[in-house]
Design a protein around this ligand. Structure first.
Ligand SMILES: *Cc1c(COP(=O)(O)O)cnc(C)c1O
Length: 410
């Protein structure tokens, strides 16, 4: 008899976006003609830039010829892209990585979810709260998270709340943890860590022989030059951190699928008898077994982001979103809301008024201003009392939404 992996049964159904859609549909059904604007979307909306489109066409034409056709590529990705990454994303920051430390992925979600295969089931995992749900759920699926309690917390997960009390800067764990997930710039709060703050985490990991899984999916949105784009800007991080990158938010690749993961050769984890095992060859082994590479077309498209035109065009789109973000942030502050983020990330995290909560405010905003946000509690227990706004809408819709909120408040 085939037995099911019962750990899956402990997972709550991820109804957040389905619940939002349902509530929006009920509103629409009872308010015919009302036009709803969503500032809740977590997907980009601007088209791919011309340099990327050109590269896609070119790669497609190559595939149509006998000489240009490519079948299976290297599981680790093509060297043309890995080299472009080293040269553009790391060397200018003084980070010297080896090409074998770069693994091209089909988006950061897969690898942030899969990476936990490299560590034993009984490691203690710490996450900031609120958080991107993939980190916890992927651990829950193999039983590492324990059971989910009434309070929304998993029994074996160490939660590091990020809220007004600590100014949204997570505090170092009070007890020893083995694995730490960090995502900066952060989804959903839009906050960042300074170099000094990130250094504390690297030092903690080195001291406690812990590993940091660092999700840098939003690094391209950083505006302040003093904020680190990569954890490897911190000394010692190569010994304790794996870093995930994605072109999804950087260059609108949510539908193209490409990113990369850095697994430094110096990074090791221990066996029970105390030997230190490098994780780079293990990840390589894992990828060669379970992954057949990202498509050639996607990798050529990603390469184009690093050309001078590509860089300029990608920057333009990011500037467009950050212009929305700036406007939202200024307007919300002007309205008297308590808001975080939005300066180095396309997300704004708003505290809902005292009398309300995440879901109640979501509905108030929907019915009052016909604007959709995302209830913060959907990102973890510490998200209760907050909502997330994204800057991924169009300029016009974002401005219209802000105008409606202003009128609604009056
Ligand atoms: C959007 C996002 C990603 C990127 O996922 P892809 O699979 O690359 O599209 C990764 N991490 C976080 C926190 C995100 O919000």
């Amino acid at each position: 008899m085939a037995l099911v992996n019962e750990h899956f049964l402990k997972l709550p159904n991820n109804y957040l976006f389905a619940d939002i859609a349902k509530k929006v549909n009920i509103f629409k059904a009872t308010h015919k003609g009302a036009e709803v604007i969503s500032l809740g979307i977590g997907d980009v909306t601007q088209p791919l830039c011309p340099a990327v489109i050109e590269a896609l066409h070119k790669a497609t034409d190559e595939m149509a010829t006998r000489q240009g056709f490519r079948g299976y590529g290297p599981e680790q990705g093509y060297d043309f892209l890995r080299e472009a990454i080293l040269k553009n994303d790391f060397l200018p920051r003084g980070i010297h990585l080896d090409i074998d430390e770069v693994f091209i992925n089909d988006g950061a979600k897969s690898d942030t979810g899969n990476i936990q295969e490299l560590i034993r089931w009984d490691n203690t995992v710490a996450v900031t709260d609120p958080i991107y749900p993939v980190y916890i759920d992927s651990n829950a699926m193999i039983g590492r998270a324990g059971m989910k309690g009434e309070d929304g917390r998993w029994s074996n997960i160490y939660y590091m709340p990020c809220n007004a009390e600590n100014d949204f800067v997570p505090e170092l764990p009070e007890r020893r943890v083995d694995v730490i997930y960090l995502c900066y710039p952060n989804n959903p709060t839009g906050t960042v860590l300074t170099k000094g703050e990130l250094r504390k985490w690297v030092n903690y990991a080195l001291k406690n022989e812990a590993i940091i899984f660092f999700d840098a999916a939003y690094e391209a949105y950083i505006q302040n030059p003093s904020i680190p784009h990569s954890i490897y800007e911190i000394k010692g991080a190569r010994k304790c951190a794996i870093e995930f990158h994605s072109y999804s938010k950087t260059a609108g690749f949510t539908g193209v699928r490409c990113g990369y993961t850095i697994v430094p050769k110096e990074l090791t984890a221990a066996t029970l008898d105390g030997r230190r095992i490098p994780l780079n060859p293990l990840w390589n082994r894992r990828q060669c077994t379970k992954f057949n590479g990202t498509s050639y077309l996607s990798q050529r498209a990603a390469e184009a982001i690093y050309t001078p035109e590509g860089k300029r065009q990608v920057r333009q789109t990011i500037d467009y979103y950050m212009e929305n973000s700036k406007k939202m942030l200024a307007t919300f502050k002007d309205m008297g809301f308590d808001v975080q983020g939005g300066e180095n990330a396309p997300y704004i995290w708003m505290r809902v008024p005292e009398r309300s909560d995440s879901w109640r405010f979501f509905e108030e905003l929907l019915y009052g201003a016909h604007v959709v946000c995302t209830p913060g509690v959907g990102f973890g227990p510490s998200g209760e009392g907050y909502v997330r706004f994204t800057a991924f809408g169009s300029k016009e819709q974002t401005e219209e939404a802000l105008e409606r909120i202003r009128k609604w408040l009056k």
